[in-house]
Design a protein around this ligand. Structure first.
Ligand code: PLP
Length: 309
């Protein structure tokens, strides 16, 4: 077993406007914190490259949206930005990187409903080095299995208390799906709704591409993702990549998608903030797209995505 990367921890605390640095190797939460007892809280996971958090405003906006869905009052965007800066600064001074420009750090924002009986949330930022698995999967791609999510694709609107579009701390189901995939020899999962629609990965958004040749011989490239209102988390990576791809001349589409659409695609990816764009090589054992076209499209989209800050 490799030991986990050291974590730098900064709590958001009204008595400390720049954030309160704490020792992540020591106990810091009360056992009655509702994040621990009920998974009642929300989070964001972001990537910092070269010391800068990518898509920070999109993550803060999604955190605010999740907070609204849970009726949770959370610190302001400015307070988060100050705590993030303190945590990144702390990491840089405690663990100076050999190559600052190539350094990838995971920046996690967490807010819980706080201690039982208290009226204020518990909120913190933690920073650690990104693991090697994400980088490896980006480079080699993934074997994925399709798993039943157990909900239909209309449930988010019908039953908002299920909090399907919010990034809550209750990720035990998502982690169980990943363990299930690994026991089957796969790397990851694409969830399917009970009415047969493609949803998302347990920690990622699904993308697929089609390339067609138009009548005048030019290539028309289409980038497609499942409908955002089908009970999935709106991905900040998908949103940013769609904006960049549109500016580069790609056509965009938003589901509904069925499993056959994945099998018929020229390329499929799972995209998320830390792993970035990971090509899907096989779904339920079936090869996806053509390797050369997949490679070419992955390189083009990676080029577009790397320009986003
Ligand atoms: N869908 C789920 C369920 C996720 O947990 C995540 C990220 O963790 C995503 C999609 C991708 O979101 P983002 O691109 O903002 O990281």
């Amino acid at each position: 077993m490799t030991s986990p990367a050291p974590v730098v921890l900064v709590f958001l605390d009204t008595a400390f406007p720049e954030g309160r640095t704490a020792d992540a190797s020591k106990p810091q939460l009360l056992v009655t914190d509702q994040g621990a007892t009920r998974g009642d809280g929300i989070f964001e996971t972001m990537l910092a490259t070269g010391g800068t958090v990518r898509k920070i405003q999109a993550h803060l906006d999604r955190l605010a949206g999740s907070a609204e869905a849970l009726d949770l009052e959370i610190p302001s965007g400015e307070a988060w930005r100050r705590a993030i800066a303190a945590a990144l600064g702390g990491h840089r001074s405690q663990h100076p990187p050999a190559d600052a420009s190539g350094e990838e750090l995971v920046v996690k924002l967490v807010v819980t409903r706080g201690v039982e009986g208290a009226s204020s949330p518990t909120a913190w930022v933690q920073v650690s080095a990104a693991g090697t698995l994400a980088r490896h999967q980006r480079e080699t791609g993934l074997d994925v299995i399709l798993l039943d999510r157990g909900y239909d694709s209309d449930v988010a609107e019908r039953a908002p208390w299920l909090l399907l579009g919010a990034k809550t701390l209750s990720y035990a189901v998502n982690m169980a799906a990943l363990r299930h995939a690994r026991k089957q020899g796969a790397d990851d999962v694409i969830f399917i709704s009970s009415d047969g629609r493609v949803l998302e990965g347990p920690t990622s958004t699904v993308l697929l591409a089609h390339v067609e040749t138009s009548d005048d011989g030019t290539a028309v490239k289409r980038l497609i993702t499942p409908q955002l209102d089908s009970g999935i988390l709106p991905g900040t990576s998908q949103g940013a990549l769609f904006t960049a791809a549109k500016a580069a001349g790609w056509e965009l589409g938003y589901g509904p998608l069925e499993p056959q659409d994945l099998l018929d695609a020229d390329a499929v990816w799972l995209i998320s903030s830390v792993r970035l764009l990971a090509p899907v090589n096989h779904i339920d054992g079936k090869a996806i797209g053509t390797p050369s076209l997949q490679k070419e499209l992955t390189a083009e989209l990676n080029g577009l995505f790397s320009g986003i800050q």
